[in-house]
Write a protein that binds this ligand. Structure first.
Ligand SMILES: [Zn+2]
Length: 378
């Protein structure tokens, strides 16, 4: 198999959601699935299914057969053949068995292995607009000026409290006085994953731009075509379906703000730093790279009349109630639920939807948990 085919194959095999959530996309955990049979046979026809209930896998295609394993709701199984009586032959963690099709749904959309926490290493950011110089002193020539909040690629400590950094492939120096190592901050290793966890402790790589941003087709509270109307293609298709589904049930929604580029977030954050200083700005504004809107998978929505946009009064409205009940059917979660501020770092935001794909959204919804809790990430 080519490397690409191999990755596709293992992706098909991947059991996401439970036992493998912390293994990540690396091949180590997936190899241990030890699929029986010749991989090339399965790769063409294998289908992925998600369990809709806690479910027994049996040694044969009926409930009279022995239980091989019990899997939780939301587990993904791979099947290569349909057995008799509406049973499916599946593989799960190296075992082959049968499940009733009554409790599985064919998976649509991507559901990649869950994000693995990045290894701990200090994340450094500029606490003011900061000159990068050719030598470790203010007499060095200025190569560039970085905005406050920019993540720095620190490679060494230089003399006199200066730091050596790599900037656009070149070595440069910055004064350590305006640099902070952020305790507990990590850089996510899977920014392109539909299930990426971005929060106050897990940031996107510096200057990350999603590759497949498109304009959504839904109506917004404003007319102009700006980046705020963009989402990643899969999320854009899903939000259009959600809006259409809502409308059918008499609920009209409007988009308020979806994608926010790293450049926009950086400009905003550094303007706050100039006004209030880094420490105060960091209390009310997301550090560049830590806003979920930068993933292209988040969107703030509001009522059809445009009122209560990103405001507490949206909570408890007919529209908020509908979203809470139905968003998961379209692959979205209420990202910052009530009573979970200690986990998500955000107070209740009934208007902020996050696309994670249907299997994960439905599992999170049914368990009443957050994305962080689902992946065991803080
Ligand atoms: Zn939001």
């Amino acid at each position: 198999m080519t490397e690409v085919n191999k990755q596709r194959f293992y992706k098909k095999l991947a059991v996401t959601g439970l036992a493998f959530t912390l293994v990540g996309a690396g091949t180590l955990g997936l190899h241990s699935l030890n699929f029986t049979g010749e991989p090339t046979v399965a790769s063409a026809a294998a289908e992925t299914y998600t369990t809709t209930a806690n479910l027994n896998i049996r040694s044969g295609p009926s409930t009279s057969n022995a239980i091989v394993a019990t899997v939780k709701q939301g587990t993904q199984l791979t099947s290569t053949e349909q057995a008799a009586n509406g049973w499916l032959k599946v593989s799960y963690q190296g075992k082959t068995g049968y499940v009733s099709t009554q409790y599985v749904k064919e998976s649509t959309g991507s559901s990649e292995p869950a994000p693995a926490p990045a290894p701990a290493a200090s994340v450094y950011v500029a606490t003011a607009n900061l000159n990068v110089r050719t030598t470790a002193s203010t007499s060095g020539a200025v190569m560039a000026t970085l905005k406050a909040g920019t993540q720095l690629d620190v490679t060494a400590k230089a003399a006199n409290g200066w730091l050596k950094i790599t900037y656009q492939g070149k070595a440069g120096y910055v004064s350590g006085q305006y640099v902070r190592a952020l305790a507990g901050m990590k850089v996510v290793s899977n920014p392109e994953s539909i299930q990426v966890v971005v929060n106050k402790q897990n940031k996107l790589p510096e200057n990350y731009v999603p590759k497949d941003l498109v304009y959504t087709t839904i109506p917004f509270t404003f007319k102009e075509q700006t980046e705020k109307k963009k989402m990643r293609s899969e999320a854009a298709a899903a939000i259009a379906q959600l809006f259409a589904g809502a409308k059918k049930q008499g609920v009209t929604l409007l988009g308020v703000s979806a994608y926010r580029s790293h450049a926009t977030q950086s400009a905003l954050f550094s303007s706050y730093v100039q006004r209030d200083g880094y420490d105060k700005a960091a209390t009310y504004s997301a550090l560049p790279g830590t806003s979920e809107h930068e993933t292209g998978l988040g969107i703030d929505v509001t009522k059809g009349d445009g009122t209560c946009a990103a405001q507490d009064c949206f909570g408890g409205t007919k529209e908020a109630t509908w979203l809470d009940a139905h968003a998961a059917e379209y692959g979205f979660i209420i990202r910052y639920p009530k009573g979970k501020e200690a986990v998500t770092g955000y107070k209740y935001e009934p208007w902020h939807l996050r696309y994670v794909g249907k299997p994960v959204a439905q599992a999170i919804k049914s368990k009443g948990i957050t994305l962080e809790e689902y992946y065991g990430i803080k």
